[in-house]
Write a protein that binds this ligand. Sequence first.
Ligand code: NAP
Length: 278
Amino acid sequence: MTQDPRKPILVLGGTGKTGRRTVERLTTRGQPVRIGSRSAKPAFDWDDRSSWPAALDGVRAVYISYYPDLTVPGAKDAIETLAKLALDTGIRRLVFLSGRGEEAAQETEEALKAIGAELTIIRSSWFMQNFSEAALLDPILAGEMALPVGEVREPFVDADDIADVAAAALTDDRHIGQLYEVTGPRLLTFAEAAGEIAATTGRPVRYVRISSEEFRAGLAAAGLPENLVRLLDELFTHVLDGRNEYLADGVQRALGRPARDFSAYVREAAASGIWNPA
Ligand SMILES: NC(=O)c1ccc[n+]([C@@H]2O[C@H](COP(=O)([O-])OP(=O)(O)OC[C@H]3O[C@@H](n4cnc5c(N)ncnc54)[C@H](OP(=O)(O)O)[C@@H]3O)[C@@H](O)[C@H]2O)c1
């Protein structure tokens, strides 16, 4: 269905890793955008459903990036409820950022398919930017990344590629009904990823495999709440058990070009100074 180009596109998580980049792309193309996050105006909070109608009011499409993670209890219900509210408000176009090999994420995909929206699913592998804009930044700056992951390889994907796919899907009807499984073009172990970052920055970044028990104890000692400890442990042990050790062609299919390689990401992140010691 043709969208009214004067209405804004709501980008949930619009200041986060993929949302911020999606907003940049839409804005560059002259598309009106509304950011959906707690710091936006009107504020949007996944934990406060009374904030949802104002965020959805008058928009033509929604990019759904959930926070904190699709595997937390209640995520599916919140996303499904939001999507139904969007449809009731007259918004048909939804683009959902999903996760690969995560049962909870795949259940949410099915729930969204069932509500009859004009849906595009972006089913993503681990973001490269987890090493520079998220939890792995501090360990890299400290010179040691200790995780409960062994030789399992992950095809890290660039958040820039996800944003390119999201911006295309939000504005071009050819992406309606598509499921794009997006990965980078290369499988890497965490040790290999650390090695590439070390080689490019010239700074030591050691990778140490620890047990799940050591990982959980370390997070708890750092003051993380029990539910977050469980979530991170699940993400590193359950999802990284080999099930995702293959490449997918979602970036190529959606954009007609290959996905960006990890080394290009590392060169760019290093040049930005993000891995320089303070
Ligand atoms: N990271 C990965 O490798 C990966 C891979 C596959 C799928 N995913 C999925 O991608 C999604 C986003 O994960 P991410 O780690 O990349 O996060 P992110 O987008 O970087 O998260 C930050 C964004 O969420 C907003 N936010 C935080 N708390 C919020 C709340 N209570 N209500 C509304 N907005 C809130 C923040 O803005 P404010 O602070 O202003 O609220 C900010 O815009 C998750 O659903 C995750 O499961 C992640």
